[in-house]
Design a protein around this ligand. Structure first.
Ligand SMILES: Cc1cc2nc3c(=O)[nH]c(=O)nc-3n(C[C@H](O)[C@H](O)[C@H](O)COP(=O)(O)OP(=O)(O)OC[C@H]3O[C@@H](n4cnc5c(N)ncnc54)[C@H](O)[C@@H]3O)c2cc1C
Length: 476
């Protein structure tokens, strides 16, 4: 998308929520010259993909907050939406303001315990202090319990042991297998192995039974933790990484009839909230049957903005086809060199996607051997300029075309050598940063070599991409 268009003065798009979906929608509207306002309770975009690193590394948090004003100027309004009036077409804020809309994009996302999420703080300077505080709490603790062995808990435990190898770290998880159920079994097993290699103690198949009595994120010697299997142990610090919920406060009183059970908004294939042709839902708060991920939020935003523009131009609306291969491989990253993935997608767009395999889809392939020089070269092309895995030999080696090469590496990647009918969103990818020096994940349904996950996500956690998209320079 791109190119300025002219619009009727009545057109005014209101975006509620400035997470991954909200900033993507704002950028698309801005690039088309569509009048809009972005409303968010805090003054900066929080790159929560990097929030766990910010919890263990002093000075890092400042890279994870990107102020809205610098990018969007007067198109940003700080405040929390508490109500939507669909008859008069305005949103009401907690500070008494009302903002008229012609079109509404709801992207209020989800909320959960700090430090994975940090939605309650109004100023990003305060939020940075909060992260600096948790770094100190972790430093002061000799033992830490991480509750929840989903992706967030796995990453949190790995981050702590990577930065502080002498601390005792326990991860407790109510299931027997770690990380997301949609990941390949081999990837989940590898996550477990990496945690054990790092020295994390695992308590699987058990729940903390006295959570209500335990103060989180504060170091105090010898806290007694009890489990539902009558085990008991003591730790100094407890960090909860479970229990994210959809943030529905902005719309639940007004759009109550459109809510799914989890509080997400029911949408049609154009991402319009059921029953409303000028209200769209994007990202985690849209009830789309797919993993809740930053990457998907960005794709939703693009469809919603396209449909607003199409509806104003009297053109047919586009559909968001979850499960279509193009959802996985498009769009190409603006500003990055097109990688060899179909559609020009870059690996950073694929982080934390998960698998849902088509019944006819090919079985899990064997683990790939380490990359040779040509493969390293290919990886370096997939990654931004300064991120080549290691020095690549200078002479231009003869190697197959990128496409054929990638097809060999990842034979399931659409459209090489396999019937696109058999490809689903399941072929995809989730990258888990296991500290800055390790990572596990899958791409397009196939397990990735660890070094590629490290280069693709674990080292910089994709922060550079958000700063670039916001047109700002990250603090060093
Ligand atoms: C620790 C962690 C690591 C993750 N890692 C990855 C990863 O590697 N890759 C990946 O793809 N995904 C990852 N995810 C998931 C990803 O962060 C979410 O899918 C993504 O943030 C969803 O974007 P969103 O815009 O829908 O919502 P959010 O990012 O949750 O943003 C919602 C925004 O709306 C605002 N808001 C809420 N209520 C209101 C209101 N009433 N009025 C105004 N504004 C409001 C919030 O303050 C917030 O700023 C991770 C999540 C966590 C917690």
């Amino acid at each position: 998308m791109g190119g300025q268009l002219s619009f009727d003065e009545k057109v005014h798009v209101v975006i509620v929520g400035g997470g991954f979906g909200g900033i993507a929608a704002a950028q698309h509207l801005k690039s088309h010259g569509v009048p809009f306002i972005l409303i968010n309770p805090s003054d900066a975009f929080h790159h929560n993909v990097a929030s766990l690193r910010a919890s263990v590394q002093s000075g890092f948090a400042q890279q994870t907050f990107i102020p809205y004003k610098k990018t969007f100027g007067l198109n940003f309004l700080q405040g929390r939406v508490i109500r939507i009036d669909m008859t008069e077409q305005f949103v009401a804020l907690d500070n008494g303001k009302e903002v008229i809309y012609s079109h509404l994009i709801l992207c209020t996302g989800s909320d959960g315990p700090f430090p994975g999420k940090c939605n309650i703080v109004e100023s990003y300077q305060k939020a940075i202090e909060k992260y600096e505080d948790i770094v100190k709490e972790i430093q002061a603790a000799e033992s830490v319990l991480v509750i929840g062995g989903g992706a967030t808990g796995v990453e949190m435990a790995a981050e702590i042991r990577t930065e502080y190898p002498d601390k005792k770290v326990i991860l407790i998880h109510s299931h027997d297998t770690l990380a997301d159920s949609e990941l390949l079994p081999s990837v989940r097993e590898e996550a477990r192995r990496v945690l054990l290699e790092k020295g994390v103690e695992l308590i699987l198949g058990q729940k903390v039974s006295n959570l209500d009595e335990l103060e989180l994120n504060m170091t105090r010697k010898g806290r007694v933790v009890k489990t539902d299997k009558n085990e008991q142990f003591t730790v100094d610090l407890i960090i909860c990484c479970a229990g994210n919920k959809i943030s529905s406060d902005a719309y639940k009183s007004s759009l109550g009839g459109c809510l799914a059970q989890n509080g997400a908004l029911k949408v049609n294939k154009h991402l319009q909230v059921e029953g409303f042709d000028n209200i769209y839902a994007v990202g985690d708060c849209a009830n789309v049957n797919e993993p809740k991920m930053a990457y998907h939020a960005g794709l939703h935003a693009k469809v919603a903005v396209r449909n607003i523009i199409n509806s104003l131009a009297g053109k047919a609306l586009t559909s968001y086809n979850t499960g279509q291969p193009r959802d996985i491989v498009s769009p190409a990253c603006p500003g990055s060199s097109p990688g060899p993935l179909p559609g020009g997608a870059c690996p950073e767009h694929l982080s934390r996607e998960t698998s849902r395999r088509h019944p006819k889809q090919m079985p899990e392939p064997p683990q790939l051997p380490p990359f040779d020089v040509e493969e390293q070269q290919l990886c370096s092309e997939l990654l931004p300029g300064d991120r080549a895995p290691y020095p690549i030999s200078k002479g231009a080696p003869r190697h197959p075309t990128k496409e054929a090469h990638f097809g060999r590496l990842y034979p399931g990647s659409y459209p090489f050598g396999h019937d696109p009918e058999l490809m689903t969103i399941g072929n995809v990818t989730m990258l888990l940063a296991m500290g800055r020096d390790d990572g596990v994940g899958q791409f397009n349904g196939f397990k990735l070599p660890r070094f590629l996950v490290i280069k693709g996500k674990s080292e910089s956690l994709l922060l550079w991409k958000s700063w670039r998209e916001m047109g700002q320079k990250a603090p060093s």
